[in-house]
Write a protein that binds this ligand. Structure first.
Ligand SMILES: [Zn+2]
Length: 188
């Protein structure tokens, strides 16, 4: 079974939700729910990973975060997908924690909890923080041009080896095609 680590805001939906349930005004980026459904049907596990500094500055309460995650799980489930877990850094950007992306603590924690290596595991994000963390830990960074991605793609220090896709849907489409290709080769 394969694993994909997917960014939250800017990858699945447009903007951070305001404090409260995501049932009102929440908008998925076009194709993102379908992309997660396709991964799920192909047997992939999905972890959603993000920084949530709103918890540190008090603009988001922990119980609201729980409700947001439950709502997102429901949206994804209604589309035929499944989010296995949410992994997030609850600290302020200037805290010295290791889990605030681009720190690698968040990804390391996923590897520890699932008892797997993240070598080559796709980390799909919209900002340099995801790219840097994925590279530092030996995972496979993938940039999408949604959210902050359109600005990220034009940054001069972006490694040209990092694959860039228009959105989560096209990134997943490519992953699944490669998956199929690898499976074909293994059975030949
Ligand atoms: Zn942290």
């Amino acid at each position: 079974m394969q694993l994909a680590i997917i960014g939250h805001h800017g990858v699945i939906n447009d903007a951070p939700e305001k404090d409260g349930p995501i049932s009102t005004g929440w908008r998925p980026i076009r194709g993102s729910l379908e992309a997660m459904a396709r991964l799920h049907h192909a047997g992939w596990r999905i972890i959603v990973a993000s920084n949530r500094p709103e918890l540190a500055d008090g603009t988001l309460q922990p119980d609201s975060l729980v409700r947001q995650h439950a709502s997102l799980r429901r949206y994804v489930a209604d589309s035929g997908g499944a989010i296995e877990a949410f992994s997030y850094c609850p600290h302020a950007p200037d805290s010295e924690c290791n889990c605030h992306l681009p720190g690698t603590g968040l990804l390391q924690d996923i590897a520890t909890r699932l008892h797997i290596s993240l070598d080559g595991v796709p980390v799909i994000g919209d900002s340099p923080t995801y790219i840097q963390a994925a590279m530092a830990i030996g995972a496979r960074p993938i940039l999408v041009k949604t959210g902050k991605g359109f600005a990220t793609v034009s940054q001069p220090d972006l490694d040209p080896a990092v694959p860039v896709f228009n959105d989560l849907y096209s990134a997943v489409d490519s992953l699944l095609k490669q998956d199929l290709f690898t499976a074909d080769r293994q059975t030949c």
